[in-house]
Design a protein. Structure first.
Length: 82
């Protein structure tokens, strides 16, 4: 799913803004392509959508997409330091 499709429906943008801390106007600029989505914001959006939108689908840079895929594949975010 992409950000454009996810935000269809009444209140979706406001709920995502609340969950991520990204303002609704900024989400709108990202949705329309007027603002490039940073790696950080892509991560916030993935977690804010409970994984419905994957980071890789939001990122333009191939290296960043590769890193995002690596993090997911290796569950880096769920590992604890020893």
């Amino acid at each position: 799913m992409d950000l454009n499709n996810y935000l269809i429906g009444h209140g979706k943008s406001a709920r995502l803004a609340e969950k991520t801390g990204i303002s609704s106007p900024e989400l709108s600029r990202m949705k329309t392509g007027k603002k490039k989505i940073s790696f950080y914001n892509a991560a916030l959006i993935e977690f804010g959508t409970d994984g419905a939108i994957k980071m890789e689908s939001l990122l333009e840079d191939q290296q960043q997409r590769t890193v995002a895929g690596y993090i997911r594949a290796n569950n880096v975010s769920q590992q604890t330091a020893s």
